[in-house]
Design a binder for this molecule. Structure first.
Ligand code: ADP
Length: 785
């Protein structure tokens, strides 16, 4: 124990030192920004330069990489205390730099982080504690451990997450199959997508079908926008965005009108290619006309977004936050957030955008992959200094300045839950298409990388979500001129190994079977910050490992966020009417059936309640016109289309992140005319029904239209909720007369089809589907960042 006290003493000393350091003026430049290199080349040029120089380097794998891994916790170390002590001594300098502190009510949050990566000393403490606590029961524990079947993991497709994954598996004493396995594994770890391994019929895969597609910039923007239409205040954490090229005119006109109204307005916009990552192809503009000047008449598929001009700075540097989020299941929806994340710093002091600095990539873009090539980039062995740090070290810094970090965390948790809620409807459609109900298949989970920016007023803003966040725990370093080696990155290891290991722990098949989500109500996101993960330990997950670094936030906060799951309810109706055709799109017959069975055959009570859609003014001919019009517009969202996807958006109240004024009533008039106007003019004979079928987004648009038609005077959200009630009521009535489906075990049940805790009252049909993915797929998609 004397070692332990010695360590506490050192930590306290460190605490004081870090505290006084943090109290120093935050506006002082860090070493990262002391020397400055000219960065006034264009983004693309700079990137190219960086790339070519890297490509030309001779790369040699560093010995120290292997040495670094030796320092990590593994199964052997866990049972070998002598070894642990020497390991601890080696790791001392790193650990002592971490602000494992008790400050301003953040104690437990910050305390939790040291456990994130199963550092030797924390494992040791826990192991020792267990021995003391359990005493005589030790023998029993060993018997129980022996009885437990070893969990098997197929790591053959893990790609760049392999090293962190291997370490995690070692810590868990699970069995790895690096070359795959002829018989089934419990867990399949894929580096890119659900389809990395085909023909998996059981177990669990660490990717959801469709996640890559959904997290491409345009699709994410669309999903959030749909939610903004219904809940503008709740979804104001996403910057105002326009989809290019189809909304170029809208973008151009809106900004012109805004500038006409206020000549002092100097907005900046960031243009992000749809399938780009790592800052690739991103540039800033100050006027819509610049877009034309840069890309000519052929504007590529991209999102143009309001640039957040006043980010929070530390040491005068812009930074962003990478948070790891585990979607453990879609049905029921389960979300976990890693208590520790990364903060990635720019390497040139920030200035608000001006024509002069617009192309200063190291000033405006926080991407690690870009800044690592700046002469100012600081690799650090400490988690609280350098150009890549732990998020808790940043929080600590902010707390020492009096910032209410509990509020910051609670806002971030809300942002994460709301974003996942926006993605779920479409993900359920993908899921059902890929893992048809009634057929054996795996279940899925996925670690997502949320990129979040804090504004100067501490409001978190969502930048993007990565389907394949980099899980590399090493970085390239120039050890001598021109010689680059991969060396372990302590900060990455600290965060990422914990995230992977604890994801595995949560997906342990034995645990999953037992898992009953007991916490489905009270509390607030704010409480999540201060409540430790004791529940996980109660569940018996911990064994000799540190407490979980992943914190459940959903269903924990169901009460606060479930009301947002409106589009998901529409998706459930959509899935129900997809029929047996096995597509992700609804055919005209399915749409007609939906109208006939749900809309037109409202119960008499509903009809009495002014169900206008059931009267003759909405004939089947109108239904077909509606179907064709909307389907054609959404089918037009192919790369060279100019006409698709212009559903009017409620821009009011969406943009509290925005420095731009909200559009006035007149400005809104530049949007597309409502559907009913186009219905009158459309000539459909030229458009064969078979040309395209209705995707979920188009169905949602049709649903909104139908809802608005029923109850014109109400706000959209009310309209939609009323129609949903009618639909669900009608379907519930019908499903009572249908035979109940047999319930299947968790490991083979399609979450999209099981509606046990979905925010609706009826289940989708047990239909067998053939695999078909009509939405555009991109090979590159959302690659590692
Ligand atoms: P990528 O997938 O290419 O990394 P991101 O959307 O993450 O694209 O943007 C790259 C970087 O640009 C972010 O890390 C952030 O620093 C900056 N950035 C992106 N969007 C905005 C914005 N709306 N306002 C300010 N900075 C932004």
């Amino acid at each position: 124990m004397s070692d332990h006290y010695e360590r506490v003493k050192i930590e306290l000393q460190q605490m004081k030192e870090v505290e006084s350091e943090a109290a120093a003026d935050v506006e002082q430049l860090s070493p990262a920004s002391v020397s400055s290199v000219p960065t006034d080349v264009s983004f693309t040029a700079r990137r190219d330069l960086s790339r070519s120089s890297i490509n030309g380097r001779s790369r040699s794998k560093s010995r120290s990489k292997a040495d670094g891994y030796e320092r990590q916790v593994n199964a052997k170390q866990l049972s070998d205390l002598t070894q642990q002590k020497s390991d601890y001594a080696q790791g001392q300098s790193r650990v002592s730099n971490e602000p494992d502190l008790t400050i301003k009510g953040t104690a437990r949050l910050l305390k939790g982080k040291t456990a994130a990566n199963g550092h030797v000393e924390s494992c040791q403490r826990q192991t020792e504690g267990k021995c003391e606590d359990h005493g005589k029961e030790d023998g029993k524990c060993k018997v129980a451990a022996k009885k437990r079947r070893t969990v098997t993991v197929d790591t053959s497709k893990a790609k760049t997450s392999l090293e962190a994954l291997k370490m995690s598996i070692r810590q868990l004493k699970w069995k790895e199959f690096p070359m795959g396995r002829r018989t089934a594994c419990d867990i399949y770890w894929h580096g890119v997508s659900f389809h990395d391994n085909e023909n998996i019929v059981s177990g669990q895969v660490n990717k959801f079908p469709g996640m890559i597609e959904m997290l491409r910039k345009i699709n994410l923007s669309r999903a959030v926008r749909t939610m903004q239409e219904l809940f503008p205040e709740e979804y104001n954490f996403y910057p105002r965005s326009w989809i290019l090229p189809e909304e170029y005119q809208l973008f151009s006109t809106q900004i012109r009108l805004l500038k006409d109204n206020d000549a002092t307005l100097k907005p900046t916009f960031i243009v992000k290619p749809d399938s780009g990552s790592q800052g690739d192809g991103i540039y800033l503009i100050r006027d819509p006309a610049d877009l034309r000047a840069i890309s000519g008449s052929q504007i590529k598929q991209a999102v143009v977004q309001e640039y957040i001009q006043k980010p929070l700075l530390i040491d005068k540097l812009k930074f962003d936050i990478r948070l790891y989020v585990l979607v453990r299941s879609l049905e029921p929806l389960e979300i976990y957030i890693a208590k520790e994340g990364l903060s990635r710093f720019c390497t040139e002091p920030y200035q608000e955008p001006s024509q002069k600095n617009l192309s200063h990539v190291f000033m405006h873009l926080t991407n690690y992959s870009l800044n690592v090539h700046s002469g100012n980039f600081v690799h650090s062995d400490s988690c609280s200094t350098g150009s890549k740090r732990t998020f808790s070290s940043v929080l600590y810094r902010l707390a020492s300045k009096g910032v209410d970090i509990k509020k910051v965390w609670s806002d971030i948790i809300a942002l994460v839950i709301k974003t996942v809620i926006a993605l779920v409807p479409e993900l359920k459609v993908y899921y059902q298409a890929d893992i048809p109900p009634g057929k054996p298949g795996p279940t899925c989970f996925q670690i997502l990388g949320f990129d979040i920016l804090l504004m100067k007023n501490l409001k978190p803003v969502l930048l993007e979500v990565n389907a394949n966040p980099s899980m590399r725990i090493e970085h390239e370093q120039e050890v001598s001129p021109g010689v680059f080696e991969y060396v372990p990155s302590p900060v990455d290891e600290e965060v990422k190994v914990g995230v992977i290991r604890d994801t595995l722990r949560l997906m342990d098949p034995a645990q999953r079977k037992q898992h009953v989500t007991s916490n489905t109500g009270g509390g607030s996101p704010e409480e999540a910050i201060v409540v430790e993960t004791g529940s996980d330990e109660k569940e018996g997950l911990a064994d000799s490992l540190p407490s979980l670094c992943l914190k459940q936030v959903f269903p924990k906060y169901t009460k606060q966020f479930n009301y947002l799951r409106v589009v998901e309810r529409i998706a459930v109706i959509f899935l129900r009417f997809l029929g047996v055709k096995g597509t992700m799109r609804l055919g005209p017959t399915g749409f007609r059936t939906f109208i006939r069975r749900v809309i037109s055959s409202c119960s008499s009570a509903v009809r009495a309640w002014n169900c206008k859609l059931s009267n003759s003014s909405f004939s089947m001919a109108s239904v077909d016109i509606l179907y064709i019009d909307i389907t054609r517009r959404w089918a037009g969202m192919l790369p060279d289309s100019r006409e698709a996807g212009k559903r009017p958006t409620n821009h009011d109240a969406i943009y509290s992140t925005s420095s731009l004024p909200r559009p006035t009533h007149n400005q809104k008039a530049v949007k597309q005319p409502p559907i009913k106007d186009t219905l009158a003019t459309i000539h459909h004979s030229a458009f064969p029904l078979a040309y395209s079928r209705m995707c979920l987004q188009a169905f949602i648009e049709a649903f909104f239209y139908l809802a608005a038609r029923r109850s014109k005077a109400l706000p959209l959200r009310e309209q939609v909720l009323l129609l949903l009630e009618v639909c669900e009521g009608a379907l519930e009535g019908q499903s009572h007369s249908e035979k109940p489906r047999p319930h299947r075990s968790h490991t083979t049940t399609n979450p999209a089809s099981s509606q046990s805790s979905a925010p609706t009252t009826f289940s989708s049909p047990a239909l067998t589907r053939r695999r078909h993915r009509p939405l555009q797929l991109s090979a590159k998609a959302n690659t590692e960042n």
